[in-house]
Design a protein around this ligand. Structure first.
Ligand code: IPM
Ligand code: MN
Length: 355
C-alpha cells in the first residue's frame, strides 16, 4: 500500500490557477502510476482575496498549511497591490515562519536548443544551487527615515548568523555527497563585505569534513561571469540569500528561461514549500497560454522531497523527453501550445512511460 500525502495548495495570483491546475493533474497521475494517494487543501490567499477581505496571510492559514506534508505555491504578486506586500506576507511568511532555511534550485539544461549560450550542451549545464533562505537582506531589519525628502535615509541590514550560514553550508555538502556530486562552490562577496567572511570560514571548516568533495570559492560578481562563460565548471553552489536570488535567475536563463525553473523551500524533515521561480504574469491570466512546466517541475521536486523518488524521476524524464523531441517546442507563453495542452502532453508521456 502506497502512502497518503496531504498537500496545501496556494495557487496565488495571475496565472497561478492555471499552472497549478496542470501541476496537480500531473501529481494525481503520478500518484496513480506509482501507487500513492494525494489529498489537497486549497488556500485562496493572494491579491483577489486581499482586495475582497483585507486579509493577507493570517497565522491561522499558516498553521493549517503546517499540518500538511508539503505546500505547493503557484505565483504571488499583483500590480494592483503595493509592491512586495503579498510576496512578503505569503512567500516570506511561509519561508520565515516555517524556518525553510534552504532554497534549492536545480539548474539543468534539458535540450540544447533552449540554451541562449553558444555551443553549450545539456551535459554542460547541470548544477544544484543551494541558496540560504531565511537571512541576509531579506530579514527586514532597517527602515526609512525622512522618506521622500532630500534628507532621506534608507537602511537594510544584511544579517548573517553562524547558525544560519552553517546549516546552509552543511546542507549543501550533505546534498552534494548524497547526490554523488563532485565539487562545491561557495559564492560570497567577502572581499567588499568583510563580515561575509563568515561564509568563507564556515565553508572551509565544514568542507574539511568532506575531503572527497572538491571546494571552490568565487565572489558573486565573478560567479555571474563564469556561469555564463563556463557553466560546466559549476556542480553544487552554496550562496547567501540575496546573491542566490540574483544568481538563480541567471541560472534559469541558461537552462532555457523562467518557464522551466522550479525551487524547493526546504527545512529537512519538516513541511516544506515548492514553487516555480517565475512571477504571476498578470497579463496572461485566464488566457490559457502560460507554460506550466516550471510548476510541474516544482511538483517533481516536492515528490522527491516526500521520498517518492521514482515518481519524481518519471516526471523529470518526461519533461526532458518532451523538450528534447520538441513536442513542447518552447518555454514561453508563445510556444504555440496552450497551458492545458502542455499538461495533456506531460500526462500522455507519463502514461506511455508507465505502460
Ligand atoms: C524568488 C522571488 C522572491 C525572492 C520574491 C518574490 C520576494 O524573486 O523566489 O526568487 O526575492 O526571493
Ligand atoms: Mn527571485
Amino acid at each position: 500500500m502506497g502512502k497518503d500525502y496531504s498537500i496545501a495548495v496556494l495557487p496565488g495570483d495571475g496565472i497561478g490557477d492555471e499552472i497549478v491546475r496542470e501541476g496537480l493533474r500531473v501529481l494525481q497521475a503520478a500518484a496513480e502510476i506509482h501507487g500513492f494517494r494525494v489529498r489537497t487543501t486549497h488556500f485562496p490567499h493572494g491579491a483577489d482575496h486581499y482586495l475582497e477581505t483585507g486579509e493577507l496571510f493570517p497565522d491561522s492559514a499558516l498553521a493549517e498549511c503546517r499540518d500538511h506534508d508539503a505546500i505547493l505555491v503557484g505565483a504571488i504578486g499583483d500590480p494592483r497591490i503595493e509592491v512586495g506586500l503579498l510576496e512578503r506576507a505569503i512567500i516570506g511568511g511561509i519561508r520565515f515562519k516555517l524556518d525553510l532555511y534552504i532554497n534549492l534550485r536545480p539548474i539543468r539544461l534539458y535540450a540544447e536548443h533552449l540554451c541562449p549560450l553558444k555551443g553549450k550542451k545539456p551535459e554542460d549545464i547541470d548544477m544544484l544551487v543551494v541558496r540560504e533562505n531565511t537571512e541576509s537582506l531579506y530579514v527586514g531589519i532597517g527602515g526609512q527615515f525622512k522618506r521622500g525628502t532630500p534628507d532621506e535615509v534608507a537602511l537594510a541590514e544584511m544579517v548573517m548568523t553562524r547558525k544560519g550560514v552553517e546549516r546552509a553550508v552543511r546542507y549543501a555538502f550533505e546534498t552534494a555527497r548524497a547526490a554523488g556530486r563532485k565539487k562545491i562552490t561557495l559564492v560570497d562577496k567577502a572581499n567588499a563585505i568583510r563580515p561575509q567572511d563568515l561564509w568563507t570560514r564556515v565553508f572551509e571548516e565544514v568542507g574539511g569534513e568532506y575531503p572527497q568533495l572538491e571546494r571552490d570559492h568565487m565572489y558573486i560578481d565573478a560567479a555571474t561571469m563564469w556561469m555564463v562563460k563556463n557553466p560546466e565548471d559549476f556542480d553544487v553552489v552554496v550562496v547567501d540569500n540575496i546573491f542566490g536570488d540574483i544568481l538563480t535567475d541567471l541560472g534559469a536563463m541558461i537552462q532555457g528561461g523562467l518557464g522551466i525553473a522550479a525551487s524547493g523551500n526546504i527545512h529537512p524533515g519538516r513541511v516544506s514549500m515548492f514553487e516555480p521561480i517565475h512571477g504571476s504574469a498578470p497579463k496572461y491570466r485566464g488566457k490559457n497560454v502560460a507554460n506550466p512546466l516550471a510548476t510541474i517541475a516544482a511538483v517533481q521536486m516536492m515528490l522527491d522531497f516526500l521520498g517518492e523518488t521514482e515518481a519524481a524521476q518519471g516526471i523529470e524524464r518526461t519533461i526532458e523527453h518532451l523538450l528534447r523531441s520538441k513536442r513542447i517546442p518552447g518555454l514561453s507563453a508563445s510556444s504555440g501550445l496552450m497551458t492545458d495542452e502542455i499538461g495533456d502532453l506531460v500526462l500522455g508521456a507519463l502514461g506511455e512511460q508507465a505502460d
